[in-house]
Design a protein around this ligand. Structure first.
Ligand code: C5P
Length: 245
């Protein structure tokens, strides 16, 4: 049995204010996509990686991966879609197209280049949980802030409508892990949502939930933070400098 990965890198990164995709942003002389692919490789769990890139940056993403010595697992780049969900679907289609019928995949991970410092140990934990029988696995962390729901108004301040019980909340991360057949089924069932950002799933486990199938949580890690803003990029740089990620 082999575990394979889809690594999403097809976002625009508009909130980072770069003129190029977030996955090509640099952190300690390596791109975000290079960091993420290196750690997937270092886990020793993954046999191949399909990376989703924006069509016009296909070459740049390939060059970034070629230039990263830690990316030791075979990889290839495919064109992403109009939403993260569509990009993952494109990655899965490529993996399905090239699967050797005699050696089918058992586990597929979906990971975001926007979480460059998710550790090899986290990758292994997720793969192990899927192999132990959990069909779908997400890393999750307890929520430390108090969370309010609000009534959003176009004019005037937002008004609080309630306080959510945070003891039952988890902030979930990637890599998320799935039994191969289950994730294919979940994406097929949710395919009508994928073409538009406003309807698309923001993670893969929610497509599994929509099937009514169980999703299990394993402990996430602070280092797997998602890079959205320049603040996040600075924090990730500090974590690397302190050698805690
Ligand atoms: O934009 P955001 O940070 O939410 O994107 C999450 C992940 O999904 C990123 O790794 C991004 O590259 C990826 N993505 C994608 N295709 C899209 C949009 C986002 O692969 N159309």
């Amino acid at each position: 049995p082999s575990a394979v990965a889809v690594l999403t890198a097809a976002g625009s990164g508009a909130r980072l204010g770069l003129g190029y995709p977030k996955a090509l942003a640099e952190l300690a002389a390596c791109t975000l996509v290079g960091h993420a692919a290196s750690r997937l490789s270092a886990s020793g769990e993954i046999t191949q990686i399909v990376v989703t890139a924006p069509a016009e940056h296909h070459g740049a993403v390939s060059e970034a991966l070629s230039a990263t010595p830690g990316v030791t697992v075979p990889w290839r780049v495919v064109e992403g879609g109009p939403s993260r969900q569509a990009s993952v679907a494109a990655g899965l289609a490529e993996l399905a197209r090239t699967m050797d019928a005699g050696a089918p995949y058992d586990v597929v991970l979906v990971h975001d280049a926007a979480r460059p410092l998710a550790s090899a140990a986290l990758v292994s934990r997720v793969v192990a949980a899927v192999r132990e029988g959990a069909g779908a696995v997400v890393p999750g962390l307890p929520v430390t802030d108090t969370i309010k729901s609000v009534a959003v108004s176009a004019d005037g301040p937002e008004r609080v409508t309630g306080t959510v019980d945070r003891s039952v909340l988890r902030a979930v991360q990637t890599p998320q892990g799935f039994a191969w057949d289950l994730l294919l089924r979940a994406h097929a069932a949710g395919a009508d949502r994928a073409q538009d950002e406003s309807t698309a799933a923001t993670d893969d486990s929610s497509l599994v939930e929509a099937l009514g199938e169980a999703v299990h949580v394993v402990p996430g890690e602070a280092a797997a933070l998602k890079i959205t803003t320049t603040y996040d990029l600075a924090v990730a740089g500090l974590l690397l400098a302190e050698a805690v990620a």
